[in-house]
Design a protein around this ligand. Sequence first.
Ligand code: DON
Length: 577
Amino acid sequence: MNIHLISLPINFPGKKSIVYAFATLFLLTQSCTTPERDVFQKHSISRKGMVVTAHYLATQVGLDILQQGGNAVDAAIAVQFALAVVFPRAGNIGGGGFLVYRNSEGLVQSLDFREKAPSDAYRDMFLSDSTESVMESGLAVGIPGTVAGMWEMYHSLKPNLAFGDLLQPAIELAREGFAITEAEAERLNKFKQLFQDNNDYPIPFVKETKWVTGDLLRQTELANMLERIADEGADAFYKGGNAIYLTQAVRNLSGIIRIQDLSSYKPIWRDAVSSTYKKYTIHSMAPPSSGGLTLIQILKMIEPFSLEMNAWDSAYNIHLVVEASKRAFANRATFLGDPDFVAIDQNKLLSTAFLTNQMLEYNPNFASDVKAIDRNLPAASPKEHYETTHFSIVDAAGNAVAITTTLNSNYGSGIFVKEGGYFLNNQMDDFSMAPGVPNQYGLVGAEANAIEGNKRMLSSMSPTIIEEDGALFMVLGAPGGPTIISSVLLVFLNVAEFELPLAEAVANRRFHHQYLPDEIVVEDMDWNPEVLKSLEERGHKIRKITSMGAIAAIRVLQDKTLEGAADPRDESHAQGL
Ligand code: DON
């Protein structure tokens, strides 16, 4: 048994500059995969390539691929598969996600590999059940999109390496095992009951004794599954044995997925939603994610107003952003859904006339009554969620990848396909269960996001690439359900408007308003009490939560140096080549 001494940089968010205190963590490992170097590195500078992911081993995989001559696309595919191994709560092959890509020549493309509803799904299928029981049943599982998404990316975006080579690091990590982090050990212990309830066979995530930091996690069936994908491509997942096993696992728990639902799954190239904010061009994910449109609506609503400079956290600025957010989230709930099923007038929703009109009633001194923008939709309190994961990669040539990927909840539905070694998502929760009934994030939706067979559920994931005067400027995204949108927005504003260094912009305390419930959610950090008081005097309700979002960001500095920042809120890791 080896004992490795690992120094752990700890950030204290919300200070003017980031303070790194070095705590010491002893990882007891039996594995050669635990590196003798810093884990959880939050900041990095490089000219040759940058990778920021939720797990240091996934970041290392991305860097290794770049080192071997891969480009950002190669690295991203390898990272996605590596996260499925080392970050099983959100990294996945049983879920889905979105890619926003900008190549070194400035061409922007985006790929929707979001799950879709089973063909037998229907509008009122969840009405008689409680949200909780549904989310852990086979009915919650959408048709996974990740493997098809990676396969499509590989065949369309000019990678340099062989597809199979991109899966090798993930295969090795799964077969040899890796030492789990403290947070992973805690999570696996916490979710043991769900794993046992949903799987009446041994799975690698359940053991008799408690998991502890440094325990080796080996996933042999996953290694075999990844090997089949490496050899045969996406068909290894969507056809043959795996399609049968997946379907059985879901149907054993009241699910309705059919084998044909898998063989007919297709990722879809969509135009990114792109618009300007001052000298910046924002490219983000279009429907079926609400991320891009909502983010850009908020920015365009605040653009005509002057933010108070040198005071990113003034009550005036927060009030303005909150008022714009309320309106944009109301639009989200009313108008957005899968564009292949509902007509979305994107030009109108981003038009100056529409957005100016929405801010007509804006008053810098008073919170607007949500009833004035009321769409008659009740909502529960949003809970805190960190289960999704985002990674950002830029290579030496300037190709940039932003991918957000998820199983929805931690470890998705908890349903484990034992022959394939992976968890299945519970993404069906992102549909409006019934128009007006809130989902687990307290989000409401209307007809546009009602359930239909083969339809994609509305998402908040916001992989985002930003240009400054036409040149690559930032690549970022986050987990956090609807708070993803606020996290991306605030980090961008912190950098672009308030000129904060990237690491500080990422670490800063955040706030969020999603129209319903009518409250500002703030991270419970060192806010100036006068600012909160001033917001309350304007008529806002404020609720404190522990933490919001976890940004993985890359910024291109004036001299083309790449600066990576991983969020101090989680175990994410930024490293340059
Ligand atoms: O697609 C969505 O918006 C959600 N399923 C994402 C879930 C999420 O971000 C959970 N937590 N971090």
